[in-house]
Design a protein around this ligand. Structure first.
Ligand code: ADP
Ligand code: MG
Length: 830
């Protein structure tokens, strides 16, 4: 019997992958050639030039890191290449993922004798659009011509909820993998399961624990015994040694999830230094190192819940997904009522295969569309069926049309559906087919199993006819409501603001249009004139803190007439259920449409190591400044974010991955990402403590300067009035961008304008003298101060303005450095 639904589900994991198939309502995880349910996502080229995937490749990495790679999933969609030293083969991350998929397909071929061309593949909910695109490419390359992507947490929840009897509950999917973390709140209600909210981090996972073991424990111990110059992660000379150490660390880490201690016994460190090394890894130590990583994941869970105003008590259970959730310490910390969430945990499904499980269930609900419509052979009829292969309904609706070889539909045709496997065989009875070949009916399905209905077609005399297909399947099960968009998607504007076209959480598929104005003029035929519409994905208010996806670009030499600045530009974004995106820009005055090119170079403004190091220093200083300021302010938000920066060791994280990024490309992507996280976190603190006061300051300043400019006695010049209007507008624009430095700059300009006007007013200088006389006690030299005050008084009496100014200036100079009054003088100069 040929398949009518996709049935195969794949978890293409960062660390491990696996494939399953739905059989009825049960899922079989297909064991690989080594009889293992999971296959490490590692690829190696062996001495014979053959590609090897799985455990051997992962082990190969320990001995021969120049010919084996893993963790390439995190690079999907980035412009990186992996070069196999031995064969010179160059592979993109999606090529390596394709090898993993091919290997899973080969296991299916071996075990089930099926050559599959369609599958559901899971992706982390935090995956960005370019990464989804790369996943589709990998699948295509592996011969999976039909792929449906679903989010890993959705798959996991489906594995738990497929046949659930629970009603009206919330679950939290906690998925900590090798390199990524996802937290998703799911709601199960009225036979539907939906993602209510989610958040994730593509650079948080078990391997951070492995590296912490290497860097904090193994390396110091090793250096005590051996004199190895510059033995650091990131030094290309020791790359092999560090790969090996990490693999040993991981194995030992897994062992201490069960045993108190694990013995690491390395026969030789690396080719360059073939000496043995031994170390005893204690569970306590691993727990200490794992803590900040787990805390980071818990913080994300708290954020996800808080953003939906859900309390811990609202969540029925936490579904554990991913290898690291096998650690007893993680489970304790997570369920702890103080440090963790205090919500009961659920791990009845194996955390390592639960995602494959759910993916396969989902695959069972997706119809397998044949690429070319079946043609009826002579004497045969084709039944084009319309139905949902799965749903909560026990009497689902089925309709369709019958087609014959010559297009003729003889009179009196009938069709019958028979549910053969149920306790009491059920028959629909013969249903009449109308002259145009159509029919409609409801069938009866049983809960708890896959119902296979045979299809029988009869002519007017009751003779059974040959029809294709002759069966279809239906399962009574919970339904996944349209998956939500995991990140906002929108256009970056010139002032570094975002115009979010699609909000996170929007059900997919979706199509939405936004109207923009072009910022610059584009002349016909001038190649250098470009309308650029950068599309970004993320959540951050400042455009450059988000992930760049690609640009809609319209060049001067592509257009038929000039496009003045301020012209209308309509941008339409369409994203389907598998997060495939099409973005187009339509320019009405040209009546032309342009399509987005996906970014092939990773981050457009990707920084190099030196720039990251420099930026990090700037951010460290910034952090110290905001920390200092936050001390005097009782802002809960500011304190919370600062605490998060410390607990998650954000600075150290950037520093470590910066060091590692010299040899490890994953570390380099992560480094940039964590730096952005850090910057955004500091932005948030800054905003929380400073912004409201900065804005009210700016408002006050505008009003003060307005009074000066509008004072008819001051002889304000027309261009000064114009300057004020311009500056006021600029200050208000900057207020919207939340750019503190820029705002300070603009406010300073306003201030300067006011003071320039005041400087021309004799009365103002008189007022200054009075004011400074009151401040005499703070001045550095009392005798001098007395002299200047006397000079000023004399000047007022004789009407000598210049002498008065000179006296006031001298008095200013006697104020202590940094004094506010003295600053006014320095802003306007002498
Ligand atoms: P991915 O989703 O990235 O493919 P997995 O869910 O397969 O990841 O988890 C892989 C991670 O789980 C690795 O970091 C591995 O070291 C870790 N891991 C696997 N088993 C255990 C265990 N028993 N104790 C602790 N960590 C484990
Ligand atoms: Mg996973």
């Amino acid at each position: 019997m040929s398949r009518t639904t996709i049935d195969f589900g794949i978890d293409l994991g960062t660390t491990n992958s696996s494939i399953g198939v739905i059989r009825g309502t049960e899922v079989d995880i297909i064991l690989n050639n080594e009889s293992q349910p999971i296959t490490p996502s590692a690829v190696m080229v062996d001495k014979g030039g053959r590609i090897i995937v799985g455990r051997s490749a992962k082990e190969g990495l320990m001995k021969d890191h120049e010919n084996a790679f893993c963790e390439f999933k995190l690079q999907m969609g980035e412009n990186t290449e992996y070069v196999f030293r031995r064969s010179g083969r160059r592979s993109k991350p999606e090529d390596l993922s394709a090898e993993v998929l091919k290997s899973l397909k080969a296991d299916v071929r071996l075990k089930l004798k099926e050559d599959i061309e369609a599958a559901v593949i899971t992706v982390p909910a935090a995956f960005e659009l370019p990464q989804c695109e790369a996943t589709r490419q990998a699948a295509q390359q592996a011969g999976l011509h039909t792929t449906i992507l679903i989010q890993e947490p959705v798959a996991a929840a489906l594995a738990y909820g497929f046949q659930t009897e629970s009603e009206k509950v919330y679950w939290l999917v906690y998925d900590l993998g090798g390199g990524t973390f996802d937290a998703a709140v799911m709601q199960v209600r009225d036979d539907e399961i939906r993602v209510v909210h989610h958040d994730g981090d593509n650079h948080l996972g078990g391997k951070l624990i492995d590296w912490a073991i290497v860097e904090d424990l193994l390396v110091p111990a090793l250096l005590k015994e051996h004199r190895l110059p510059d033995f650091q992660r990131g030094n290309p000379k020791w790359e092999g040694a560090f790969h090996a150490l990490k693999c040993y660390a991981e194995n030992a880490k897994i062992r201490v999830s069960r045993d108190e201690k694990a013995y690491i016994d390395i026969p030789f460190i690396c080719h360059e230094y073939p000496k043995p090394f031994e170390f005893e890894l204690k569970r306590d130590d691993v727990e200490r190192l794992a803590r900040p990583i787990i805390i980071r994941s818990i913080n994300l869970c708290k954020k996800v819940l808080a953003e939906k105003r859900l309390g811990f008590a609202d969540i029925e259970k936490v579904l554990l997904v991913g290898g690291p959730t096998l650690m007893p310490y993680l489970r304790n910390l997570l369920s702890d009522t103080n440090d963790g969430l205090g919500i009961p945990l659920s791990y009845t499904n194996d955390p390592l295969t639960v995602v494959t499980h759910g993916a396969s269930i989902y695959a069972g609900t997706k119809r397998l569309e044949s690429a070319t419509p079946i043609k009826a052979a002579k004497g045969q009829y084709v039944v084009d069926l319309e139905y949902k292969p799965s749903g909560p309904d026990t009497e689902p609706f089925v309709w369709g049309r019958v087609r014959g070889y010559d297009g003729e539909i003889p009179d009196g045709l009938t069709i019958e559906f028979i549910n053969t496997d149920c306790r009491q065989q059920w028959r629909s009875g013969r249903i009449g087919i109308s002259p145009d070949g159509t029919f409609r009916t409801n069938v009866l399905a049983e809960k708890g199993r896959r119902n296979v209905f045979s299809i029988e077609l009869f002519d007017a005399r009751g003779t059974k006819l040959n029809c294709q297909p002759d069966n279809f399947a239906y399962t009574v099960a919970i339904e996944i409501v349209d998956p939500p968009l995991p990140h906002n998607v929108g256009v970056a504007l010139v002032n570094n603001d975002m115009n979010w076209v699609l909000e996170k959480g929007t059900p997919l598929p979706v199509r939405r249009k936004t109207d923009l104005k072009s910022a610059f003029e584009v002349r016909k035929g001038v190649k250098e004139h470009i309308i650029k519409i950068p599309l970004m994905e993320g959540q951050k208010a400042r455009a450059n803190r988000n992930k760049y996806i690609g640009t809609l670009e319209i060049y001067g030499d592509q257009i038929t007439r000039d496009v003045p600045a301020g012209s209308d530009v309509e941008v339409t974004i369409h994203i389907d259920q598998s997060r495939q995106m099409v973005a187009k820009a339509y320019i009405p005055i040209l009546d032309e449409e342009y399509e987005l090119k996906f970014n092939k170079n990773g981050y457009s403004d990707k920084r190099n190591q030196e720039e990251i190091a420099k930026e990090l220093e700037i951010q460290k200083k910034r952090l110290e400044t905001v920390r200092e300021k936050a001390r005097g302010i009782s802002d809960g938000d500011a304190r919370r974010i600062l605490q998060q920066i410390d607990e998650e060791r954000m600075i150290q994280d950037v520093e470590k991955s910066l060091a590692a990024s010299r040899t490890d490309r994953d570390a380099s992507v992560k480094c940039e990402k964590r730096l952005l996280d850090l910057m955004s976190a500091i932005d948030e603190v800054e905003d929380a403590i400073e912004w409201p006061s900065l804005v009210s300051n700016a408002e006050r300043e505008i009003e003060e300067e307005r009074k000066i400019v509008n004072n008819n006695d001051f002889g304000v010049k027309p261009d000064e009035k114009r300057l004020f209007t311009d500056l006021e507008r600029e200050v208000r624009t900057v207020m919207d961008t939340r750019d503190a430095d820029h705002l300070a700059l603009k406010v300073r300009e306003l201030e300067r304008l006011g003071i320039t006007i005041l400087f021309r007013q004799p009365g103002w200088w008189v007022g200054c003298l009075d004011h400074l006389e009151n401040r005499r006690s703070t001045m550095s030299n009392q005798d001098l101060a007395g002299n200047y005050i006397a000079q000023g008084r004399r000047a007022i009496n004789t009407g000598d303005l210049e002498s008065l100014k000179a006296a006031v200036r001298q008095l200013w100079g006697l104020l202590p450095p940094g004094d506010k009054d003295r600053e006014i003088f320095s802003t306007v100069g002498k």
